[in-house]
Design a protein around this ligand. Sequence first.
Ligand code: NAI
Ligand code: MG
Length: 501
Amino acid sequence: MSIAQKIKLTDYLPAEVTAGKTLWIGGTWESAQDGETFASIDPASGVEIAKIAQGKAKDIERAVQAAKKGAKVWAETGGMQRAAILRKAAELIRQTREALGTLDSIDSGKAISETAGRNVDGTAGMFDFYAGVTDKIRGSVIDMGPNTTGLVEKEPYGVVGAISPWNYPMSNAATKIAPILACGNALILKPAEQTPLSALLLAHILDQAGLPKGVFNVVTGFGAEAGSALVEHPEVPKLSFTGSTATGRRIAAVAGQKLKSITLELGGKSPFIVFDDADLDAAASGAVTTVFMNQGQTCTSCAKVLVARQLVDAFIAKCQEKVASIKIGDPLDPKNDLGPIVSQVQLDRVKKLLAEGIAAGARQVEVKADYQPVDGGNFIAPVIVTDLDPHNPLATEEIFGPVMAVYAFDTDEEAYAAANDTQYGLAASVWTTSLARAEVARRVINTGIVWINCVHTLSLNTPVPGRKASGLGSEYGLEALDNYMRLKTTVTMFGGYKGLF
Ligand code: NAI
Ligand code: MG
């Protein structure tokens, strides 16, 4: 039995929500129009923890109409007032730390030490960061000669559709919600069907913070129903999506047809390069962190570990040593670092890929972690494999599970070629004490982020710009504001117009 099974959801969420009214539309909790629901499963035990309304096209329609009204009110709310509401939300998020963390843990299997810790900090930080800019958005004036002035304004889109994934439920949602609101838009969030609960508490918190009704709406449901209805809707001109590259391509195809603006944060196959002059202990710490944190379910995970051949054995030994201290078990037990995989489907996917990789010649290295799975949960112990060739499925596919694949390389050129030999271009981590190597790596590696002697070291102000099949546009930082505003140019002449005819 998992700890989640002993929890009363009514301690954490409004009563309507726990009664299955999980659509937040125009400031009220509602059921799906056709009354259908689906189960939210606790990944640590496989047991149902909540009934979630299964929103569909008709519910998206209602949400869009509510958001259109909300967008009008919000666009007319001054920047100072918007900032005050976002700042209040940040404060309430911090005060609601335990509840938000618990909901993300029981929904996704993430350890409470992470969800109630750095995930809540990051979520609150998003609202503080964008509160700090919403009252500083400016346009520009262009000198166009006598009697003529050009103005360039930044305007909100109106209604934005946001679709978020299950791997960092509340923080990935906040990465969209905060800048979308800061720019003066209303939005409809479709959270991942595996992990809708924290978004519902965020809706309640934003309401408490004084956000006008209809500005933030949540429609729970599946990607193929609620998600695609949101993507298709003619009155939603801007879409923001985080998730798989396959779904990203599908959304981009619709957006291409309908000429909608899109921001996509997609998958990755990010390299981790350890040169022969690296600080081996720090590099091993980085590798174990990037591969195993959140059970490997991180888009920027640098899990393609390329190591200078003479260091491979020593590097693997250090990684084995570090993995031994990782505690895996019930995600609500605060002593644990990691919990289960988000769903049975994802666990099966990881296991299948691992089996294919081993069948194709990868050699599994012995790993001993402090592994205490709960019965019925989607648990998997950390895995390290090596001796792979470049065509091994573990070398080419995004694994999204706790599997470190270690490759030996002989020359720097070989390492860079392996790093860039992928459809993806999200992140890379490079370990060297040579300034020259660090400089070459930064220039040669074709990814949006390059970490030198660190990994996952980001601030709210550092953009995450995916390249190639890893995305379009950039979340985080001031750059995210460009995603959610469009320009308007106005030219005014103060008399004296002379036309061509
Ligand atoms: P997914 O991309 O299908 O799901 C992510 C979100 O998209 C969910 O909210 C889902 O409901 C929605 N969605 C699905 N189909 C849709 C559609 N046709 N129209 C609109 N919305 C739609 O990802 P999935 O299947 O859960 O995971 C598969 C793989 O994707 C993972 O193994 C991992 O490799 C990758 N992934 C990457 C993430 C990242 O952070 N970049 C996050 C989640 C998954
Ligand atoms: Mg769940």
